[in-house]
Design a protein around this ligand. Structure first.
Ligand SMILES: Nc1ncnc2c1ncn2[C@@H]1O[C@H](COP(=O)(O)OP(=O)(O)O)[C@@H](O)[C@H]1O
Ligand SMILES: [Mg+2]
Length: 312
């Protein structure tokens, strides 16, 4: 495995009495797409802000691109690109001007800067919007422009805080494509998201974060396999008694209330376990209105580790 490009050890951060980040450690090898997946308030933005030098390191150590964030913030800033959670574009500049301004800010020589602007505008397919003011761009276009800006200086690591927050489905897919393409060309990606599908489809590795702590890490596959179980959702005529009854079956690992009816978490193969489950309910005179068997999703992984859904 490649040397880590991000190394975080024992990082903690508080705002007055609020503990936003509560002692996290992780590392990201060069060339990977690494995601922080967690609900609102989990501590994702705080972590990204410390890693990108916007917030001071209060406790723990953080190295990015080989530089210590507390000791060498300037070197870190020169090695990274950032796309913030909130839009940070000057609405009265054009697409081209945004990139020109950014390249200037980082003292990119004119020739290189101009060539890079063209390249970046092509990458995010904003050729037709080159001279259009930011205020006339759609939400998806603005995000693409922010990604282009984050990549202007050829960063080793690109940080993306909730890159598709509030975008329509088509724009999201577009943004995912750019992220993959940028990664293929060698940039390490650190992104935060509260969208399961985003973490699932983009990441080489995922850390699930909740209340400032990392509660599980691995590839999407590893996280799901770790549950070692399928989930059967049932709607019955008598959920209370059905749940009671199913708890006594050896294959049944857990019974939880769902949106409607309840979910039975089965150890092993859900399809194979279904007949005895239905048999037992039928024997007890409990009717079944609907059944669904599914492999675990990242949602289920989240529920498994936190006891609740990511939203709500
Ligand atoms: N500037 C701040 N001042 C006070 N509390 C903050 C500040 N920024 C974040 N927090 C709190 O820290 C916790 C983590 O927030 P944040 O890192 O923004 O989470 P996320 O990005 O995962 O939604 C939350 O409880 C939030 O209210
Ligand atoms: Mg956030």
């Amino acid at each position: 495995m490649s040397a880590p490009v991000i190394e975080v050890s024992g990082l903690a951060h508080r705002f007055k009495e609020t503990v936003a980040v509560d002692g996290i450690s992780f590392s990201v090898p060069a060339g990977q797409i690494f995601s922080f997946l967690g609900p609102n308030g989990a501590g994702k933005s705080t972590t990204i802000n410390v890693l990108t030098t916007l917030l001071a390191v209060q406790q723990g150590s953080v190295k990015v691109a080989g530089f210590d964030v507390a000791e060498q913030p300037e070197e870190v800033r020169r090695s990274i690109g950032i796309v913030f959670q909130e839009e940070t574009l000057d609405r009265d500049l054009t697409v081209w001007e945004i990139l020109e301004f950014h390249g200037n800010l980082y003292s990119m020589p004119r020739g290189e800067r101009r060539a890079r602007i063209d390249e970046m505008i092509r990458l995010v397919e904003l050729e037709k919007k080159r001279d259009v003011l930011v205020k006339h761009l759609s939400g998806g276009m603005k995000r693409r422009l922010e990604i282009a800006r984050g990549l202007m200086t050829r960063p080793k690591v690109l940080f993306l805080d909730e890159p598709t927050l509030g975008l329509d489905p088509q724009s999201r897919i577009h943004v995912w494509d750019y992220i993959r393409q940028v990664n293929r060309e060698g940039t390490t990606i650190f992104l935060t998201t509260h969208y399961m599908d985003e973490a699932d489809s983009l990441s080489d590795r995922i850390s699930i974060i909740d209340h400032g702590k990392i509660i599980a890490s691995g590839t999407s596959r590893e996280l799901k396999d770790a549950l070692g179980q399928d989930i059967i959702s049932l709607e019955t005529g008598d959920d209370v008694n059905a749940a009671e009854l199913l708890r006594t079956l050896p294959e049944v690992k857990d019974v939880r209330p769902g949106m409607r009816g309840f979910s039975v978490t089965i150890t092993g193969n859900g399809a194979a376990c279904l007949p005895p489950v239905l048999e037992r309910l039928k024997g007890a005179g409990i009717s079944v209105a609907a059944v669904n068997v599914k492999r675990p999703t990242l949602d289920d992984v989240f529920v498994h580790f936190t006891g609740r859904e990511i939203r709500g």
